[in-house]
Ligand binder design. Structure first.
Ligand code: AMP
Ligand code: ZN
Length: 134
């Protein structure tokens, strides 16, 4: 095994507060939660990030998130949550084993939602550039 800490958590070689496990996925509480109940859902197969993991693993991760999120929310008394992948260092990824954050939210919890810009880029050119590359 590599020295990935999330692989070690799956293998039981590092402690974690596990909340769910099946053949393909594992979920545990984030050690530096943005709010109580902040959970990480990870595929058991080690890959560096969302783009590197298999389609099957990513579909499964979403299924697991949908299955466990209601219980997480009830447990911590939240009604809302953010769901997210950080992909790459520039996006804040610090652990390079694919993981999906489930982040319960509370009114006035101090976490800002993304702020959009009123400065309009050239949408048409950007859309064309993207479509040419898909
Ligand atoms: P990211 O910035 O998307 O790579 O998020 C990595 C997350 O992993 C952070 O929110 C960390 O708090 C969390 N984390 C790092 N080490 C551990 C650990 N040993 N147990 C639980 N969560 C961890
Ligand atoms: Zn790993």
């Amino acid at each position: 095994m590599n020295d990935c800490i999330f692989c070690k958590i799956i293998a039981g070689q590092m402690p974690a507060h596990k909340i769910y496990e099946d053949d393909l996925a594992f979920a545990f509480l984030d050690i530096r939660p943005i709010n109580p109940g902040h959970t990480l859902v990870i595929p058991k197969a080690h890959q560096e990030n969302f783009l590197k993991s298999s389609e099957a693993d990513m579909c499964h991760l979403i299924k697991v998130a949908q299955k466990i999120a209601p219980g997480i929310l009830k447990a911590v008394g939240a009604e809302s949550f953010n769901l997210g992948f950080n992909v790459g260092r520039g996006a804040g990824q610090v652990i390079f084993h694919t993981h999906l954050h489930i982040m319960p939210r509370f009114p006035a919890d101090g976490h800002e939602i993304w702020q959009g810009s009123d400065e309009h880029p050239d949408f048409q050119a950007i859309a064309d550039q993207i479509k040419q590359r898909l």
